[in-house]
Design a binder for this molecule. Structure first.
Ligand SMILES: Cc1cc2nc3c(=O)[nH]c(=O)nc-3n(C[C@H](O)[C@H](O)[C@H](O)COP(=O)(O)OP(=O)(O)OC[C@H]3O[C@@H](n4cnc5c(N)ncnc54)[C@H](O)[C@@H]3O)c2cc1C
Length: 437
């Protein structure tokens, strides 16, 4: 079975975000034996935010990252920041998380873009914020009705969300593909690699010790806590925060991996579009995606490069994705994009699970994890890292935004890859039902 961690290699792939993200941190690997209050495994959004918040609370904390800060999905995502906590949509949150946590999570999710901009401003990180909102376009008439129902659900909340009928979508960016769209003006787009690196630098400035190229090899229970062992050293601490999300393997905690399905996603980008064309693509909008199970997603960067979803999700080693076919699909949707040419692509892993939303687990006394993100990690990852830090700092579980829950293994886990491939095939077929393109 292929797992994300064989992707281990020394550097992040080049992406549209590399140039604007500043220099890598280049922290030395862990060496020798350290002690701390808490040790964090994984230097993505969750891990660096937990380190930042613990360091701000004056707690001695050590973070070990297998590769480099942001090497996981934090440095490989699309940078969309939606005002949602999960992909479940506002109506399903209460069903999945219950009457207490559902509304709490919905409120936190609604403020997610603001959380990102406030945190970046407070820490002095230039995350290249693009405002204008996120547009979710309906690929079928049924999807348009669902978007309208979601908007009605928010009636009275004051959220700046509107439904654009098909003609308005066509007028906005010249496509007749869509049956309407939801435009949520709260949504933003950022440079996620700049964000995760900036948070890590801020954590270090506040006293956190951060070690890269330090994969945890063993996690050992000691009399009064835990010992995390890497190739070059070890850290003893009362608390361990496991922040490895889709990159979790059995070294991290037996059985945890079997509660998520890691899925590889591909993104690509074009050469800079001709100047005259840029004004026609997503004018004034930070980013768009559509309602397909295998969604079309796009955002235009300031230098004229168009970023897009670039291939079918996968489960195995990285392969040359069908980026050209995806760009052709986008050109059918937006004929004005005919001159666009691919410049590059990259991939990263997300998790899918049964409920498909964030979960908090106390795996053993003093050992906690936040896991299960399904694509709302740019803002919610740092928020979940803050929640882990609050819990370790003594906040009662009942005051967190997600309940502590037992780990539930996915039934028939050994078959998740063939079943997942079959599901992707079915999703592709379903996506074609009722579409114009
Ligand atoms: C292609 C793609 C597009 C996405 N687009 C968006 C988007 O537009 N908006 C959005 O909100 N979310 C998006 N996401 C999801 C988002 O990127 C993730 O939810 C988020 O990065 C999860 O953060 P994390 O800190 O939990 O995990 P990660 O960022 O994946 O970090 C986990 C880290 O753990 C490290 N690690 C693993 N094992 C060990 C070990 N044994 N020892 C030490 N370190 C270890 C890994 O090296 C890795 O750096 C996207 C994801 C992908 C892949």
């Amino acid at each position: 079975m292929y797992l994300p961690n064989p992707d281990e290699h020394p550097a992040l792939p080049r992406t549209v975000f590399s140039a604007g993200a500043g220099a890598p941190l280049a922290r030395a690997p862990l060496a020798g034996a350290l002690t701390a209050d808490a040790v964090i495994i994984g230097g993505g959004f969750v891990g660096v935010s937990a380190a930042l918040h613990l360091a701000e609370a004056g707690r001695p904390v050590v973070l070990v990252e297998a590769n480099e800060i942001g090497w996981g999905s934090a440095g490989r995502n699309a940078g969309h920041v939606s005002p949602d906590a999960t992909k479940l949509g506002p109506r399903r949150l209460a069903e999945v998380y219950g009457p207490v946590y559902g509304p709490r999570l919905a409120a936190v999710g609604a403020g997610a873009p603001q959380f990102v901009t406030d945190l970046a401003r407070r820490l002095g990180i230039d995350v290249a914020v693009v405002r204008g909102g996120i547009l979710t376009a309906a690929h079928s008439a049924a999807a348009a009705r669902r978007l309208e129902a979601d908007i009605r659900f928010l009636d009275g909340s004051g959220a700046p969300v509107e439904f654009l009928p098909a003609a308005a979508v066509e007028a906005l960016f010249g496509t007749r593909t869509y049956f309407g769209a939801r435009l949520d003006r709260r949504g933003i787009a950022i440079n996620p690699l700049a964000f995760v690196r900036g948070m890590a630098r801020a954590a270090i400035a506040r006293g956190a010790l951060v070690h890269e190229r330090s994969p945890m090899r063993r996690l050992v229970r000691t009399g009064d806590g835990w010992e995390v062992v890497t190739d070059g050293g070890s850290v003893r601490a009362g608390h361990v925060l496991l922040c490895t999300n889709a990159y979790t393997d059995d070294r991290c905690w037996p059985g945890l991996r079997r509660s998520i399905v890691p899925v590889r996603l591909y993104l690509g980008w074009t050469r800079p579009l001709p100047a005259a064309l840029r004004a026609e693509i997503l004018p004034g909008i930070a980013a768009m995606l559509d309602t397909r199970h295998l969604p079309v997603a796009m955002r235009l960067h300031g230098d004229g490069r168009l970023q897009f979803g670039a291939g079918r999700p996968g489960f195995g080693p990285e392969q040359e994705p069908a980026a050209r076919a995806y760009l052709d699909q986008i050109k059918r949707i937006m004929p004005a994009l005919a001159p666009a040419e691919i410049e590059g692509w990259w991939s990263g892993w997300v998790t899918r699970g049964i409920a498909d939303g964030w979960r908090l687990h106390e795996l053993a006394p003093g050992l906690v994890t936040a896991i299960g993100c399904n694509g709302r990690g740019v803002a919610m990852g740092p928020i979940m890292g803050r929640e882990l830090a609050r819990y370790v700092g003594g906040t009662p579980a009942a005051d967190l935004i997600v309940p502590l829950s037992p780990v539930r293994g996915i039934p028939w886990y050994s078959f998740h890859q063939p079943l997942g491939r079959a599901a992707i095939g079915v999703f592709g077929l379903l996506d074609r039902l009722g579409t114009r393109n």
